[in-house]
Design a protein around this ligand. Structure first.
Ligand code: ZN
Length: 332
């Protein structure tokens, strides 16, 4: 049965494989302003990108863009339009066909990037996309679906390839949403969160949570705090460190609310935020005890240590008062 489905769909989309679609042009040339915005948003302080004086002693004359910005130069605008001169072909027609056939869930599985050279201010770029492979129908913990692999090639005006990415998606069968229907995933037996690997560098963090504390690494040499856990201080390169316990107070730096597709074991809508802790480091977490519409950037929040499953305690964050509320609930 699955074999027949697999063969029929693969025949339907065969002509959409190995079709190089493009170009998708850039709206704007590489610019200092965008490099600056990216670096400040990412917290990337590499002087090669932003320090003109530093760059004088390097092989680069002009503003140099972080290689990981490759994808943003030829992105669509906020209305979804590609820049003039771009093809109007849909590079993802194959994924649309899968969607029309009931495989509407999509999950990125892997993203391998190769950078051939840096871009400099003033350069214009374009990209091409080729869907290079599609597997037979596979059964996974997410359900049945197809793995599809895309090759994205990023080129300069002279068609010199400066970067490429190989991206694999899993496009899977999703139950149709009906009022009163069972929650997606509820018929799949007990899918739990995958516990991250505990190693020498991060064991303190997980043990701290089990002991009821959120521990932040502190450099023994220059006292700089850091999170997430790393072996080396980015300020002074010292490998010696200790920890301090965070107060659990902070504010929302930014957030996003996930609605669909609903992937077990998470509850939806699923609000995920970056919290600026009052100690001065930032932590990614899930928000609790708040409706999506009530979340505001900058609002004060506090840690609510939550045992999300038997083997995992996480520092979720909620509005002021939610920690006390949780304690009360546990006592009653
Ligand atoms: Zn240090």
């Amino acid at each position: 049965m699955s074999d027949n489905v697999s063969v029929a769909i693969k025949e339907k989309v065969a002509h959409l494989l190995n079709r190089r679609v493009g170009p998708y042009n850039s709206w704007n040339p590489v610019s200092r302003t965008q490099v600056w915005q990216w670096c400040t948003a990412m917290g990337d302080n590499n002087p090669l990108y932003l320090d003109d004086e530093y760059r004088q002693d390097t092989e680069f004359d002009d503003v140099t863009a972080p290689p990981t910005m490759m994808q943003m130069w030829s992105m669509r605008d906020a209305q979804g339009n590609y820049a003039p001169g771009s093809t109007d072909k849909n590079p993802y027609e194959l994924l649309s066909v899968l969607e029309d056939n009931g495989y509407a869930g999509i999950m990125a599985v892997s993203y391998d990037q190769t950078f051939h050279r840096y871009l400099q201010e003033g350069e214009r770029v374009h990209h091409y996309t080729t869907l290079v492979n599609m597997t037979d129908l596979k059964t996974t913990g997410m359900g049945k679906g197809f793995f599809v692999t895309e090759l994205a090639e990023f080129l300069t005006e002279d068609d010199e390839k400066f970067a490429e990415a190989v991206i694999t998606y899993f496009q899977y069968e999703t139950p149709k949403k009906q009022p009163g229907a069972k929650k997606p995933g509820s018929d799949i037996q007990k899918i739990t969160r995958v516990h991250p690997v505990e190693n020498y560098d991060n064991a303190h963090f997980w043990q701290g949570l089990r002991d009821g504390e959120l521990l932040i690494q502190k450099c023994d040499s220059c006292a700089t705090l850091r999170h997430p856990p790393q072996p080396m201080c980015s300020e002074c390169q010292s490998l010696d460190w200790g920890t301090i316990a965070a107060s659990g107070k902070g504010s929302i730096y930014t957030y996003t609310v996930m609605h669909y597709p609903e992937i077990p074991p998470f509850d939806y809508p699923n609000a995920i935020a970056l919290i600026d802790l009052e100690e001065g480091v930032r932590i990614a977490t899930q928000l609790t005890d708040i409706k999506p519409n009530d979340i505001k950037i900058g609002m004060d929040v506090e840690m609510v240590l939550t045992e999300v499953q038997d083997d995992m305690t996480l520092p979720l964050f909620g509005p002021i008062g939610s920690a006390a509320k949780k304690k009360q609930e546990q006592q009653s």
